[in-house]
Write a protein that binds this ligand. Structure first.
Ligand code: GDP
Ligand code: CA
Length: 342
């Protein structure tokens, strides 16, 4: 069975860990491809940083810091102490030593001329990951955030600066995907989507993790997010069912500040809001992406609403707090996909 997952960082990684256990129930062997968001990527201290690719790589390699929730375990920060003594880098964005090793290795390979997809393959091969990990694009497409100008603060900041330094407290005017017009899906992405037996959307940030790949339409006069050209089309052409898992439970994002992202694009912070923004994948709708959508048990009232919009919707427990729960979520997604299989 070929399964392709679209994923952001931490939420994506937790879901994929559950999926790796859940596919053991399926007959035959499973081949999992994870297409990771690259919208959070940036250049910092001369290095290319890819937060979501690294979160997934570290989590699947079992070298992630479980307590902190990001980065590698067994870390130190001697290099960043030196960098900040020189006044280089962002003092509020910690790059720890082992993690810096990844960024140096990546940058070195990029400078040798390898595209990000090949660089990612080489980095991941160190740990023989149980999945194929693909960046959404080899081109640099970065999410920037346009803010109302306050006290001479710049009005355009990189997503990570808005998220980490400003803690997403300033409501954005809009998100900008710099470089998106000329970007292409990375080699293997379109085939992985179109030829998969099923495609899953991890419960990741729908705007700045999934939306930067698929596009995410704005509403109520707000500008949406532009996806990598070709990814939404591949999803529309996918031969297997496309099933998403809601990152919103009872109108909340669980962890983090993803609710601000939804409000910024004029969408309600709810399982219905996200599901209907992705939309039903039907011949008579030009833009929909989903055949199925999982909502939490607490959001069971979303089921008839989204069914009415043409999306097969099932309520199931969606907490990913540990591997057992995450496996249950992945099983529910596989069961829904099985039901939808032509
Ligand atoms: P990031 O790139 O590291 O920010 O992570 P992602 O984009 O992959 O995922 C972050 C989102 O995952 C959060 O905004 C939540 O909406 C969602 N999330 C986190 N924990 C859970 C959970 O236990 N269950 C569900 N359904 N969603 C979750
Ligand atoms: Ca991210």
């Amino acid at each position: 069975v070929k399964v392709t997952v679209l994923a952001g960082g931490v939420g994506g990684a937790k879901f994929v860990k559950g999926l790796l256990l859940a596919v053991n129930d399926l007959p035959g062997s499973a081949e999992i491809t994870v297409v990771a968001n690259t919208g959070d990527d940036m250049w910092l201290t001369g290095l290319r940083i890819c937060p979501d690719l690294d979160s997934i790589m570290y989590a699947l390699a079992g070298v992630n810091d479980v307590e902190r929730g990001w980065g590698r375990s067994d870390e130190s920060s001697r290099v960043s102490e030196e960098l900040s003594a020189f006044g280089v880098g962002w003092p509020w964005f910690t790059l720890q030593d082992r993690d810096l090793g990844t960024h140096i290795a990546r940058t070195s390979l990029l400078r040798e001329g390898f595209p990000l997809s090949e660089v990612t393959r080489r980095l991941a091969s160190r740990w023989s990951l149980p999945v194929t990990l693909l960046p959404a694009s080899d081109q640099e497409v970065e999410t920037w955030v346009e803010l109302p100008e306050v006290d001479g603060e710049p009005s355009l900041v990189h997503f990570e600066e808005w998220w980490v330094r400003l803690r997403a407290r300033v409501e954005p005017l809009r998100f900008l995907q710099r470089g998106v017009e000329s970007a292409l899906p990375a080699p293997g992405v379109v085939d992985a989507i179109q030829e998969a037996d099923l495609v899953l959307f991890a419960p990741s940030n729908p705007v700045v993790s999934i939306g930067t790949m698929t596009g995410f339409p704005g509403a109520h006069g707000r500008v949406g997010v532009s996806g990598i050209p070709g990814i939404a089309e591949a999803l529309r052409n996918a031969s297997g069912p496309v099933v998403g898992v809601s990152p919103i439970i009872s109108g909340a994002v669980i962890r983090g500040m993803g609710d601000v992202c939804l409000r910024a694009v004029g969408r309600p912070v709810s399982a219905v809001g996200v599901g209907s923004a992705y939309g039903a994948r039907r011949r008579d709708t030009a833009h929909g992406l989903l055949d199925g959508w999982l909502v939490d048990l607490a959001d069971a009232d979303a089921v008839p609403v989204l069914e009415g919009e043409g999306i097969a919707t099932v309520a199931a427990p969606l907490w990913l707090s540990d591997d057992t729960l995450a496996t249950g979520v992945a099983r529910a997604a596989l069961a829904l996909a099985e039901r939808l299989h032509p």
